[in-house]
Design a protein around this ligand. Structure first.
Ligand SMILES: NC(=O)c1ccc[n+]([C@@H]2O[C@H](COP(=O)([O-])OP(=O)(O)OC[C@H]3O[C@@H](n4cnc5c(N)ncnc54)[C@H](OP(=O)(O)O)[C@@H]3O)[C@@H](O)[C@H]2O)c1
Length: 327
């Protein structure tokens, strides 16, 4: 595992981290055992950066990280998030999980239309943040977070700026070492560059979505702000299992275009390198990305991802073709 500077914070992070949004059981499945295996294996393989959130798996992602790494806390960099609220439907589902599991095949088809009724809710008030951090610390069995990130804050929250006073307060209290923003758009991330106290920006960066390259990466580098690259596999589109996965562009047309682009990328696959490994290499070849955080709930996939830097380096010609694809 290679380690990189986390901006100018003095921290060294594994260049491949673990995106933990898939860690923990869902309403209709229980992958707790496999999640525990993924976390332990990630640690064994040298990963020290774990990206989670208070809402991932209704808190179970944080809970499992806390449980698995008890006693090893100081060797890890734990990044969590705040500002999104779990859906009431999910909260009820979590409580009823043992009752729902045996009849999940009967109920599951009806849940998607129900989910559409739910509009995501957010709360970036000082009160909510101060309450949430206490709950996150309890679930994670720790008394500090290395990095606390605002989770997709709306532009007006960033413009108003009060939220940063709360984060400064938590830093003074020793509850967090650093804070950053997991930005909804690249434009929001660029706006955050003007805040001198922000240590990191988390943004979407993958072979299909390269907007970060133009302005954000060079400017963040100048300011010493770390970049965390999320959704590097385009939520599974950039893997050999792409056919059965759904991607971030939710409407059909966008998905069709994205799939056609993925087909064009098949020149990257050879006996020594899979598409997902090429996708991770692509993100890592930007030296200013501190850490890329592919998400997985399978040990096998984790192990494949970790091997990405050892696979044949992308050539200049290959990089050029990938860049052209996003234009
Ligand atoms: N707004 C935000 O702050 C925000 C939003 C989204 C994501 N994130 C962060 O970014 C992380 C990554 O995002 P993501 O998980 O949505 O997308 P991703 O990393 O681009 O893709 C994950 C998908 O790829 C599959 N996969 C992973 N490795 C694979 C491999 N080697 N071979 C085949 N399939 C593989 C996973 O399935 P399996 O589980 O079957 O391996 C999953 O379906 C999240 O965990 C979270 O930490 C943050």
């Amino acid at each position: 595992m290679n380690y990189r500077d986390f901006g100018n914070t003095g921290l060294k992070v594994s260049e491949i981290g673990l995106g933990c949004s898939r860690i923990g059981r869902g309403v209709f499945y229980n992958n707790e055992r496999e999640s525990v295996r993924v976390l332990n294996r990630a640690y064994e393989l040298g990963i020290n950066f774990f990206d989670t959130s208070d809402t991932y798996r209704y808190g179970q992602s944080e809970e499992l990280i806390g449980r698995v790494f008890k006693g090893r806390r100081n060797q890890l960099i734990i990044a969590s998030k705040v500002g999104n609220l779990a859906s009431p439907l999910g909260r009820i589902g979590k409580k009823l999980h043992p009752l729902l599991m045996p009849v999940r095949h009967l109920i599951q088809p009806f849940t998607n239309p129900l989910k559409k009724l739910w509009k995501p809710r957010r709360d970036f008030s000082s009160k909510h943040i101060k309450q949430s951090i206490e709950k996150s610390l309890t679930r994670l069995q720790t008394d500090y977070l290395d990095l606390y990130q605002l989770h997709n804050p709306p532009t007006w929250v960033l413009e108003r700026g009060e939220v940063f006073e709360t984060l400064d307060y938590l830093k003074d209290q020793g509850k967090i070492r650093l804070y950053g923003v997991s930005a909804h758009t690249i434009g929001d991330a660029i706006q955050c560059l003007n805040n001198p106290n922000i240590s990191s920006l988390q943004v979407v960066f993958n072979m299909l979505e390269q907007e970060a390259v133009k302005e954000l990466l060079p400017s963040a580098e100048k300011k010493g702000i770390a970049i965390i690259a999320r959704i590097p596999l385009a939520r599974g589109l950039l893997t050999k299992e792409m056919i059965v996965q759904t991607g971030p562009p939710t409407d059909r047309k966008k998905l069709q275009i994205a799939r056609a682009k993925v087909e064009e990328l098949s020149f990257l696959i050879n006996g020594e390198r899979t598409l997902s490994q090429a996708a991770l290499q692509f993100v890592l070849h930007r030296s200013h990305v501190s850490v890329v955080i592919p998400g997985t709930r399978k040990v096998k996939h984790l192990e494949d991802n970790i091997k990405a830097p050892e696979t044949p380096t992308l050539t200049k010609e290959e990089l050029k073709r990938i860049t052209l694809l996003s234009q």
